[in-house]
Write a protein of this length. Structure first.
Length: 128
């Protein structure tokens, strides 16, 4: 009985060790092949994303009446944005009432990276 238990434990440890080693050795990309990106870039982009979302929340009656799509709450790389040539960033995203399943409003907001000015370009029913 003890021999079976010991053999089972050793087998389990061997398989677990190989699985961990296999995971540790796989890397989607190595640091040497990744270009260096200024961390400040993502901080500024995230700040602009938050300003755009907050403008949409305000113009649509606050959080009791409006929720922006999930991409405006998650990682900035997932946000729907366009970098413009004049040091502005335009975010175009959808929103809906809390608890609703369908988006009803499309909002386009431009944030000036130089002076922080926020301009709501469009806030109406979703365009086709």
């Amino acid at each position: 009985m003890y021999k079976i238990l010991i053999v089972s434990a050793l087998t389990l440890i061997t398989f677990a060790g190989n699985a961990v080693n296999g995971i540790a050795q796989t890397s989607p990309r190595s640091p040497a092949s990744s270009p260096e990106i200024d961390p400040g870039y993502y901080i500024d982009l995230n700040r602009a994303k938050n300003l755009a979302r907050q403008a949409a929340e305000q113009i649509n009656g606050g959080l009791r009446q409006y929720r922006a799509e999930a991409a405006m709450h998650g990682p900035v790389q997932d946000a729907p944005y366009t970098e413009n040539n004049d040091n502005t960033i335009t975010f175009t995203f959808k929103g809906r009432p809390p608890g609703a399943t369908m988006y009803t409003v499309e909002t386009s907001v431009t944030v000036n990276q130089t002076n922080g000015r926020v301009t709501v370009n469009y806030n109406r029913p979703i365009r086709n």
